[in-house]
Design a protein around this ligand. Structure first.
Ligand SMILES: [Zn+2]
Length: 63
C-alpha cells in the first residue's frame, strides 16, 4: 500500500528514532542525545532502537 503524502509537504527530516529507554521519539541528528527520563543514570541521553523515522514538513506555511 502506497503512503499518501499531502501535496503541501516540501521537505523531510530523517534521524527521528524511538528511544528504547523512555519509549518516546527523539531527534538523533546531533551528537548530544538530550536528557532521557528512562536513562540508567540521571542526565543520560536517549538510546536509539529500531526504525529511522522521517518527519514531513511544509516550510512555506511557517507560523
Ligand atoms: Zn529516552
Amino acid at each position: 500500500m502506497a503512503v499518501q503524502i499531502p501535496d503541501a509537504v516540501n521537505t523531510t527530516q530523517s534521524d527521528w528514532r524511538f528511544c528504547k529507554q523512555c519509549h518516546s521519539l527523539f531527534f538523533n541528528g546531533y551528537q548530544e542525545k538530550g536528557i532521557c527520563n528512562g536513562a540508567p543514570q540521571v542526565g543520560g541521553g536517549h538510546s536509539a532502537a529500531g526504525w529511522d523515522f522521517y518527519l514531513l514538513a511544509d516550510t512555506d506555511n511557517l507560523r
